[in-house]
Ligand binder design. Sequence first.
Ligand SMILES: CC(=O)[C@@H](O)[C@H](O)COP(=O)(O)O
Length: 325
Amino acid sequence: MKIQVNGDSREYGDNCTVADVIADLGLTGKRIAVELNKEILPFTQHNSQPINDGDRLEIVQAIGGGQDDYFTLAGKQYRSRLLVGTGKYKDLEETRLATEASGAEIVTVAIRRTNIGQNPGEPNLLDVISPDKYTILPNTAGCYSAEDAVRTCRLARELLGGHKLVKLEVLADQLTLFPDVAETYVAAELLVKDGFDVMVYTNDDPIAAKRLEEIGCVAVMPLAAPIGSGLGIRNPYNILTIVENAKVPILVDAGVGTASDAAIAMELGCDGVLMNTAIAAAKNPVLMASAMKKGIEAGREAFLAGRMPRKRFASASSPIDGLFL
Ligand SMILES: CC(=O)[C@@H](O)[C@H](O)COP(=O)(O)O
């Protein structure tokens, strides 16, 4: 049978368990956390857990969101689960400082609005956000048709010397900046066929998210709320359903307002969060970038730790048996 292990497709025999995969990876005896189909498995139980054909297993090589907790995107591993945009900053120096403070490894760039070489002689973002240090993620912000989005991705590929990873967004109107999902399907299909690794912005709609995964997108990015609104996660149950059904990384994209919003996305089991306005429009963008980094890390650790069940009534925090008095 075929299963996905940290984003790679691997073959195993029938009656395979998590322990077999751990042994195959040479990790037997290590303290590791395991996510099976986006559900974290209790540390004490994961070894005997059976695996089925088509399952998705994420091996996190240390309990906690420490150095060994990475996620895989289009075959590359990333430790930072915070992805940042580059718009709306006062100047390039502020962009540089906030990006550094965020700890992000992936930085998205609106190809239609940002000079990365299209306008020789103008200040170039890549002078402060170096592709040697960051994975540049060209995005199609400002595109309202599949045709425009595909053309923009091809331009980015030329400008960045054959770069394949792109963030697709096809917008429906200027008031909401909600995605035009029908046009997004068309663009995603064309881009995947053309060899792009497509991370796709979409509604918080589990059906659309699944369809985009089936088209072959390498990551699906449901919105938390409208772009630039800072409203936070409007529909946590939809995000949870998307996460639970996914076989590719799910990243919340757009609408995050502050660090607790980012933490909630991670607590829901998202693989990461992409944001721009919450950092760039903060009174102190560099400090907010640092807060977002910590929010993401805290949310990830809380997800790995496993939340206590919610209860309707109280239960005493100290034991009630064997009272002294
Ligand atoms: C930067 C980018 O790609 C935006 O289109 C993205 O959706 C971020 O949204 P916020 O600005 O609301 O974080």
